[in-house]
Design a protein around this ligand. Structure first.
Ligand SMILES: Cc1cc2nc3c(=O)[nH]c(=O)nc-3n(C[C@H](O)[C@H](O)[C@H](O)COP(=O)(O)OP(=O)(O)OC[C@H]3O[C@@H](n4cnc5c(N)ncnc54)[C@H](O)[C@@H]3O)c2cc1C
Length: 395
């Protein structure tokens, strides 16, 4: 009907759902259904780490999302193999990591003030048909616990049946930051990796220590740890044994989790799905981890979610006044497919032993600042990493 805005239902209030709500709210009547309130999210457990690189931060600006204190800007990436520091690559555009508990809850409160409707409810598959009666479009943004719908698996992009890493994350106080302020990546061949990420939380700046251990390797040492104090103690001994450079920067008396809920253990089996289907002739699309779930090893989940949210927004704006049917879903997939493929194949390759030509490139990074900066850009623009890994041209 003319004059009435088309109604969109976004299920899930995470990275993808929130950016989409900001992007779509002017042109459409947007409802977000989520199963935890902003208060519960704010006071709940960390679910992830997150780094929003330049392009994601540009999208956040484009869609007028909340601004953050920039004292913890990430300007560089420090790369080490074992205890050998190779180089520090500078990012062209600084990145930022805001605790998702703070980021999500603030965005939800802001969006509600700006007229977006929120419904607190856990959606189950059986609800979808009724939702298709009520809304013109449903977007599944339920993250890695999704998908709500049986989006078809893209077999070629989904080679793994089990998680390739165990993810062990703690948000810590009492670690002196590395300089220039940046992400630390330490690769321990046959054991796993450590990512050190400066981040903003409700408690101020913290350092995230994120261990990715190869299951059953000597770094797989956090099994059975449930309590915050035990976790902190284990992190202390693990850094001492495996990551001595980080251990040296730990300030004995101040080293602690930023809050009791500031730690997490999880594991992800990556799977990529075609992000659209129809239910009762209505289009349903997926965005974010519900359809494009990668291992966190390359830290691309938020950036991929943001990229796909932007492409979905552009598709819907282009078809604003025409039917939302299977062709619209196909158009969204066509715009995202290549990027999803490149991020996914690079990420999957990073879970395997590094190929010789990549080790050579990393060693060149130790000799040349230009090469070091190019390698840092892999994380900001994963297409460059894909090129380096698979097209074997110069980076
Ligand atoms: C350990 C770990 C470390 C990571 N590190 C990084 C990193 O460094 N950099 C990076 O970019 N990415 C990282 N990621 C990935 C990143 O967190 C995700 O890719 C990103 O948050 C995906 O956004 P999303 O909106 O798809 O899902 P989420 O942000 O998970 O949001 C999903 C939302 O849906 C809600 N929901 C779920 N089911 C339902 C339901 N049935 N009904 C209603 N609501 C529902 C959830 O409560 C949640 O609010 C990491 C992930 C993990 C697990």
């Amino acid at each position: 009907m003319r004059g009435l805005k088309r109604r969109i239902c976004i299920v899930g209030s995470g990275t993808a759902g929130l950016q989409l709500a900001y992007a779509l709210k002017e042109e459409f009547d947007v409802t977000v259904i989520h199963h935890r309130s902003s208060e519960q999210i704010r006071n709940g457990r960390v679910r992830s780490t997150q780094v929003h690189f330049g392009t994601t931060r540009m999208n956040e600006n484009r869609f007028a999302m909340p601004k953050w204190d920039e004292q913890t800007l990430i300007e560089s990436i420090h790369i080490s193999i074992g205890d050998q520091k190779l180089f520090t690559g500078m990012l062209k555009e600084p990145a930022l990591s805001v605790d998702q508990r703070l980021y999500f809850s603030r965005c939800m409160e802001d969006l509600a003030e700006k007229g977006v409707s929120f419904q607190l409810k856990k959606v189950v598959r059986e609800d979808i048909e009724a939702l298709t009666d009520e809304f013109d479009l449903i977007i599944d943004c339920t993250g890695k616990s999704g998908s709500l719908m049986s989006f078809p698996i893209e077999e070629e992009l989904s080679p793994f049946q089990t998680p390739q890493r165990k993810c062990i994350v703690g948000y810590f106080l009492g670690i002196k930051t590395n300089t220039p302020q940046g992400i630390g990546v330490t690769v321990l061949p046959e054991l796993g990796e450590m990512f050190e990420i400066p981040a903003i939380t409700e408690h101020g700046p913290v350092t995230i220590l994120f261990i990715m251990s190869i299951p059953n390797s000597d770094l797989d040492v956090f099994q059975g740890i449930r309590k915050a104090e035990e976790f902190t103690l284990k992190m202390r001994t693990t850094t001492q044994k495996f990551f001595p450079e980080i251990h040296k920067r730990i300030e004995e008396r101040k080293f602690a989790l930023c809050d009791e809920q500031g730690f997490l253990q999880t594991a992800v089996t990556p799977v990529i799905r075609k992000p659209y289907l129809t239910v009762k002739n209505k289009l349903v699309v997926g965005c974010g981890d519900s359809v494009f779930l990668n291992d966190p090893i390359t830290g691309q989940g938020c950036n991929l979610s943001s990229y796909c949210a932007e492409k979905l927004y552009e598709t819907l704006i282009e078809c604003k006044d025409s039917a939302w049917n299977i062709q619209v879903g196909e158009s969204y997939w066509n715009r995202t497919k290549q990027f999803v493929k490149e991020v996914t194949e690079w990420t999957n390759a990073m879970t395997l032993p590094l190929p010789e030509h990549i080790i050579q490139l990393l060693l060149q990074g130790a000799q040349s600042q230009t090469k070091a900066n190019d390698i840092a850009e892999w994380f900001a623009d994963p297409r460059k990493a894909y090129q380096a890994f698979f097209l074997a041209t110069t980076i």
